[in-house]
Design a protein around this ligand. Structure first.
Ligand SMILES: Cc1cc2nc3c(=O)[nH]c(=O)nc-3n(C[C@H](O)[C@H](O)[C@H](O)COP(=O)(O)O)c2cc1C
Length: 345
């Protein structure tokens, strides 16, 4: 097994999960001997600064800070007429005036500003989804001594990342919950289940490879290590745990039978992501040709989400989840770490 280059009791990385966690989950997982992650895609620089300061005060242990590397669309398509007319029947049903919709929380790509905050805290790992930032920022992250971990959804992406400065490759199988991390090709049909992708990446590159997607029990963790993974990255299994901020509608969906039925959809953000099938996906997707480009699709549909969640319904919420919800349990994160890693170290 290729060494990860990090001092961890357990080679388990908690997936950074924007929207369902803050620093509490990261603290709990690092304290339990894994690597806790902070998703920073939706944080302002001052929120990032505050979160990292809290982490460092609470714990003397490693952290992974995660960013998106998308290119923001040039045009403002948030209120494109075709998208608004697809949503109009639901705006009518829930009595929403589309002219009054606010722009809402943004998803920002990694920037000089964010890098400046990181330089103060020097996180042990900085991870990126949707490719890498420009070379100068990659150099700055290396300059602070952080390892760079990046998602690859195909073996071509893994090779590209090795050639452009990644230190660790996160092989994200098709089973994974949340956004697909692809950046070279958007062809979902070329993407592979996790174990196959892991095999292919290990054969094609020399970097340590981290297995991600659908890992929910200790036997699956063992299989990943047997294949040659240097670590596992697990998200969905933490969604019900005490330290996650997962909403009530999301928690309910994960525990219902519906939790077993997920698909890849672009209707919530404009980029393909795996979530539990709900009314929004059935009515508008799963892949909509008129959804605005990432991240702009999120703006208008969030108005429906908020209205429905106020009525205790997840019909228009992004219920991100991997294909395997069997590992989800409403217990402390340390217990999830223990269950996944028992007999694996
Ligand atoms: C609720 C949720 C939110 C996610 N948000 C992010 C994110 O902000 N950044 C990121 O790199 N990956 C994100 N992911 C994807 C994970 O990095 C990882 O690929 C996935 O959790 C692995 O599959 P699993 O959920 O089946 O364990 C998210 C996944 C989930 C389930």
């Amino acid at each position: 097994m290729r060494p990860l280059g990090l001092e961890l009791d357990y080679p388990l990385i908690q997936s950074p999960m924007a929207g369902v966690q803050d620093i509490e989950l990261a603290v709990a997982v690092t304290a339990a001997g894994g690597l806790g992650s902070l998703p920073a895609a939706m944080l302002s620089s001052s929120q990032l600064d505050q979160s990292l300061s809290q982490f460092r005060q609470r714990l003397n242990g490693p952290i992974n800070v995660n960013f998106f590397c998308h290119r923001s669309p040039q045009e403002d398509q948030r209120f494109s007429p075709t998208w608004l007319s697809a949503l109009q029947p639901f705006f009518d049903e829930f009595e929403i005036d589309s002219a009054s919709i606010a722009s809402g929380a943004e998803r920002r790509p990694f920037s000089d500003e964010a890098c400046e905050v990181l330089e103060h805290y020097r996180p042990e790992v900085v991870s990126f989804h949707f490719g890498l930032p420009r070379a100068e920022l990659v150099d700055r992250v290396h300059g602070m001594g952080s390892l760079i971990a990046v998602t690859a959804t195909t073996v071509e992406e893994a090779r590209w990342l090795q050639a452009h400065g990644a230190d660790l490759i996160i092989a994200q199988g098709l089973e994974a919950g949340g956004h697909r991390g692809h950046f070279l090709s958007s062809g979902l049909t070329q993407q592979l289940p996790m174990e196959e992708l892991l095999h292919q990446c290990l054969g094609a590159i020399d970097l340590p490879v981290i297995a991600a997607g659908g890992i929910g029990d200790s036997k699956q963790v063992k299989r990943c290590f047997d294949i040659g993974a240097s670590a596992v990255q697990v998200g969905t299994a933490f969604l019900l745990c005490d330290e996650a901020t997962t909403s009530d509608v999301h928690r309910r969906a994960l525990t219902a039978d519906a939790g077993e039925k997920t698909c890849i959809t672009n209707v919530f953000s404009g980029r393909p992501a795996r979530g539990i099938v709900n009314r929004a996906i059935q009515a508008l997707g799963p892949m909509s040709a008129v959804a605005p480009a990432f991240p702009q699709a999120a703006t208008a549909i969030t108005a429906l989400r908020q209205k429905c969640e106020a009525q205790d319904s997840g019909d228009f919420s992004p219920l991100w989840s991997g294909q395997n919800t069997r590992g989800c349990e409403a217990v402390a994160a340390s217990e999830i770490v223990r269950r996944l890693m028992e007999s694996n170290h």
